[in-house]
Design a binder for this molecule. Structure first.
Ligand code: FES
Length: 73
């Protein structure tokens, strides 16, 4: 059993930006700290209230989302 379980978020309809550069002070969300790095946030368009599972183990093959890999960490 891993200690790196995914972060489970309940997102409301609209656009959500997740940090992909690792510099945000408001992880998992982008706070524009990526500016000048060449990295861009992941944009998610939420159509209806949704549960989102964000990877925290760093092993996912589908960042920023959990793909269950942490079960094998
Ligand atoms: S702060 Fe990391 S992608 Fe925007």
């Amino acid at each position: 059993m891993s200690s790196k379980e995914p972060l489970v978020l309940n997102e409301n309809p609209g656009k959500v930006y997740y940090c992909m550069c690792g510099k945000s002070k408001n992880k998992p969300y982008c706070d524009a700290s990526h500016e000048g790095t060449g990295c861009k946030p992941y944009e998610l368009v939420v159509e209806s209230p949704s549960e989102v599972r964000i990877c925290t183990c760093g092993m996912t093959s589908n960042p920023p989302f959990c793909d269950g890999t942490h079960h094998h960490c």
